[in-house]
Design a protein around this ligand. Sequence first.
Ligand code: AMP
Ligand code: GLY
Length: 424
Amino acid sequence: MNILILGSGGRESAFAWKISQSPKCSNLFIAPGNGGTGSYGKNVNLSVTDFKGIGKFVLENQVDLVLVGPEEPLVKGIHDYFLADSSLKKVPVIGPQQEGAKLEGSKDFSKEFMQRHQIPTAAYKTFTKETLTEGLSYLETHRLPIVLKADGLAAGKGVLICETLDDGKAELTAMLKDAKFGEASSRVVIEEFLAGIELSVFVLTDGENYKILPSAKDYKRIGEGDTGLNTGGMGSISPVPFATPEFLDKVEKRIVIPTINGLKQDNIPYKGFIFIGLMNVGGEPYVIEYNVRMGDPETESVIPRIENDFVELLSATANGTLSEVELRVSSKIAATIMIVSGGYPGEYLKGKTISGIDNVRDSLVFQAGTEFENGLVKTAGGRVLAITSLQDTLFDAVQHAVTDAGRIYFDARYFRTDIGFDIL
Ligand code: AMP
Ligand code: GLY
């Protein structure tokens, strides 16, 4: 089979690494890919939202399956674009159509979905510019802290947690009246604050059947001890020790099954990944958010633990035969450390030469914000490399990943050394 992966991050590197091991994959393409993906397949210089260019490439290169990494092309309707074209519609796309992608693309849609299907989540109300006055009065009766969420995609910045009523009112006004997050905050979800510990569960579904992939936890803050600004993710671990079989059973019965059934009841076709962001509130799972893709850097911890041929899993998803596949997961523990460029998540340097990748001993290196130029790997993004180690204990996995991260060097590199320590 010829396979095209869309995306350019560490997640797509992990997908490419795994798919390149499958005897079923003859040609692997990654668009646009990064400085490392070229060693698993062929990088193709196309943007993930250039649907026309992607469609043309798929036909010219007899691509048999497209795996979509990030949410943007899904929310913009890449799957629908393929289905609407007589030649492209026979090429399966892994990732939902636009309607299903609203689970991530609209917080209001996903909250309504959860409410309709009795899926546990924080209580909420949605407001618009027209109902700003009602929204401000609603806040008066709201318990603190107040969680405000821009309805649309806001590059991971659209959620605000306000500790005071004044702050909540000012932010709600800024979002609705002054378009703080542009069109994305033309609707705002105000929701109850859930106190607990977060984790993520990933589901692969063909629309009828599902497989629950290994759980993971990511570390979003830039600083050690979970301090400082939010990032795309500074590290991850899989599995999550507090996701006991009992807890995961609740997740499956109360959340995964109602989600898959809910999609069917609402006539929303869905073939792809569902990333369920959960809060464990005293042993009870609540959904914080859905994403319609895998997480990054969670994928870099989850994928290496999956023992199946990944192409077989993706084909079964496309063909609606996931129930015939038995998911096999390694009992090893994975820890991923993200090496970032100094300054990230603010302004950061690019074009710095990376050395020492070959010195890594006990870890996998998944390149993210890198480019390959004149035989050198250079930094090209904030999150530069994901270092994943698989060991028998969480402690060893973190130790090896941190040691290996230290073997890689570029100007102003930075990484957290405390990933997983809150649990250890
Ligand atoms: P989201 O973009 O929905 O993932 O939200 C970003 C982050 O805000 C989450 O990862 C949580 O840490 C936090 N968050 C979102 N909703 C809530 C909530 N209802 N209660 C507590 N924290 C929340
Ligand atoms: N690591 C969080 C995300 O991928 O959204």
